[in-house]
Design a protein around this ligand. Structure first.
Ligand SMILES: [Fe+2]
Ligand SMILES: [Fe+2]
Length: 328
């Protein structure tokens, strides 16, 4: 077969597949259902299936029915699985759902429909393909080429518009989620950040060019996001993180000896003067320097703040050092 014959075959069977699916799904739903990802009257999975089966039928001429059956089963089910994986697993836009079927793999393929595809594959080889080839030979080659190219172009444009739509929807969803997170964070952190004792942290440098308030808010924000993802107690996390470095001296020039070891206790005593603290919030503050303060954190929220505090500290120094190197 020539290239244009394959294109025509792909386009034609995409449309025939769409008609079959419309009949099957509309009959089951008792209302008109436009199946598939694209807006137009075609389902590329059927066109792709017809294309692959035609190649298989050409190469398997003379093979036994058993060999053909196994290959058809593998090819059609494989195509359905890959399509299901791309649309459901990657694009989160499931095109079908086999969750109510028995003997299935991840809702993408199931035994019952794989048997249908096998029957369709044999029907395709012995009935549909010979008919298609005999009709195709009667058609004007130029008309066939123009028809195939135009419909293929329309399908491609349809595909591009749908993909762009999905990407835009996902971006918009992410933006809305991020806005929601910010307002939730500010609901918890806002009253504490406005407290005069926390505002005093603005007067102390902490890591290179960052004030202690910058650092505390940064640790609280990242701890909040991580706690959210892990379904932990966000209130306690944010509160503990905001208060974890609540001490009022320049730790590089003054303050107690063994600052690293002692400042969690000092911060906890100061935090108690600012607000009432739960056991968990106290644990977050007192254990945030682990392993320097030997006893490990007791709550997952304390582990989160301890980890995020270390991460932010390392990031501050690495970023500044890199910036300095670039300046030279
Ligand atoms: Fe600290
Ligand atoms: Fe810190």
């Amino acid at each position: 077969m020539k290239f244009s014959e394959y294109v025509f075959l792909f386009v034609l069977f995409s449309s025939i597949g769409w008609i079959l699916e419309v009949i099957f799904r509309s009959f089951n739903a008792k209302t008109f259902v436009n199946p598939g990802f694209l807006k137009g009257p075609y389902l590329p999975i059927y066109g792709t299936g017809a294309f692959i089966l035609t190649i298989c039928a050409t190469h398997l001429e003379g093979s036994s029915l058993l060999v053909k059956g196994l290959i058809y089963l593998f090819v059609t089910t494989g195509l359905e699985f890959i399509t299901g994986f791309i649309f459901d697993g990657c694009l989160h836009t499931p095109l079908w759902d086999y969750s109510k079927q028995r003997f299935r793999i991840k809702n993408y393929v199931c035994l019952q429909f794989s048997i249908y595809w096998l029957i369709l594959a044999f029907t395709f080889e012995y009935l549909v393909l010979p008919m298609y080839l005999s009709v195709f030979n009667l058609l004007n080659p130029v008309t066939v080429d123009i028809f195939a190219i135009v419909v293929f172009g329309v399908m491609f444009a349809d595909w591009t518009v749908r993909c762009a739509g999905i990407i835009w929807e996902k971006k918009e969803k992410r933006r809305l989620t991020s806005d929601n997170h910010e307002s939730e964070f500010m609901n918890i952190a806002g009253p504490l950040i406005g407290h005069p004792a926390i505002q005093r942290l603005r007067d102390f440098g902490h890591h290179r060019d960052k004030t202690r308030l910058d650092h505390s808010v940064e640790v609280a924000w990242h701890s909040f996001l991580l706690s959210k993802r892990l379904s932990l107690d966000c209130n306690a996390t944010v509160k503990g993180a905001l208060l974890h470095d609540l001490f009022f001296y320049d730790w590089l020039r003054e303050g107690p000896r063994l600052h690293g070891f002692r400042h969690p206790r000092i911060s906890l005593e100061n935090a108690r003067k600012v607000t009432t603290l739960s056991k968990k919030e106290e644990d977050i503050i007192i254990k945030h320097m682990w392993p320097i303060t030997i006893i490990p954190p007791r709550y997952p929220e304390s582990w989160v703040v301890c980890f995020v505090d270390t991460y932010c500290t390392v990031k501050d120094y690495v970023t500044v050092n890199r910036r300095k190197r670039l300046e030279f």
